[in-house]
Design a protein around this ligand. Structure first.
Ligand SMILES: [Zn+2]
Length: 310
């Protein structure tokens, strides 16, 4: 109050502002300073709840209901959209035969990890938005005539990253399958090990593979299904050690990303590098199976491998 009345009296010829703000010399510096205010917007991706989805491959607008009925495969170009773990299990097992295991297992923030957001906050957030407890669902179900251990990963939960829960749930599944002499199917999709759990997530690579070695010792078949994308720690462990390794069309499969490889090797990468089709040509995988044919093909494989076992 007092300042305003003071300015009014003494600087009657000028505007009220200069008495408060510094004189003419200053403006340049203040102007120069002003632009550097990079407000970091929090990365939030809103998926519009529309009725149509644009196919990223052929740009056709596909009716969502049609897409769901077609197991999230584009009706025009057969592009495989990501599909949730529950939806996939539903498409594979016989109705009401799936007994889920360790459904309530959740991760603990051992490292008190804080990055852009705290790990615990991220976990809570993803659990709320996806309705999942972690990035994998495991259990035993019937596929055709065959009872089998089934582990299905979900990319929508923290990029399908493998932390201690993913590793532990899969290990328990493998051990259960070994104990009950059941074949095993793991459907992978993952960006790799979960960095929020540091060393603990890396240890899952050895743990799952050790359990798989016992499963193999019991002469039980393991079919690994690779879906878009399966990379890094998951590809470098249980996903790549199946008796049969099959992939969905167009899936990106590899360890490090193509840009990293290109920078490291300083070499031009061949076209189609790290796609399922490329890896089939080079012998890393055994077959490419479209999603809609997955169930009959898995039944076929299990029958064949089961007969071999007998
Ligand atoms: Zn399409």
């Amino acid at each position: 109050m007092t300042t305003t009345s003071f300015t009014k009296k003494t600087l009657g010829l000028e505007t009220a502002e200069p008495a408060v703000t510094p004189p003419l010399a200053a403006p340049n510096t203040t102007f120069a300073k002003k632009p550097k205010l990079p407000v970091r917007k929090s990365k939030k991706r809103d998926i519009p709840e529309g009725l149509w989805t644009k196919c990223p491959k052929c740009a056709t607008m596909v009716f969502d209901k049609e897409l769901d009925e077609n197991l999230k495969v584009c009706t025009q170009c057969q592009h495989h959209f990501p599909i949730g773990a529950r939806e996939r299990i539903h498409s594979l097992v016989e109705t009401c035969t799936f007994e889920e295991m360790d459904a309530e297992m959740t991760s603990v923030d051992v490292l008190s990890f804080t990055g852009v957001a705290a790990y615990t906050a991220k976990l809570e957030d993803y659990q709320k938005t996806t309705g999942l407890k972690d990035a994998v669902i495991t259990g035993i179900g019937k596929i055709g005539e065959h009872r089998a251990g089934l582990g299905v990963m979900d990319f929508s939960f923290l990029g399908g990253s493998m932390g201690s829960v993913v590793g532990e749930k899969l290990t328990r599944l493998i051990e259960k399958a070994t104990e009950k002499t059941l074949p095993l199917i793991i459907i992978s999709t993952s960006g790799g090990a979960r960095m929020y759990e540091g060393m603990f997530s890396l240890m899952q690579m050895a743990k799952t593979c050790a359990a798989l070695a016992y499963h193999a010792q019991a002469r039980l078949p393991y079919v690994s299904v690779l879906t878009h994308p399966t990379t890094a720690g998951v590809m470098a462990s249980y996903a790549s050690v199946g008796d049969l390794i099959v992939a969905e069309p167009g899936a990106m499969i590899g360890f490090a990303g193509p840009r990293v490889i290109k920078d490291t090797t300083q070499a031009e990468l061949p076209p189609g590098f790290q796609t399922a089709e490329f890896l089939l040509d080079h012998g890393l995988i055994d077959a490419i199976v479209p999603r809609k044919e997955m169930k009959p093909r898995l039944i076929e494989y299990l029958s064949y491998l089961g007969d071999g076992q007998r």
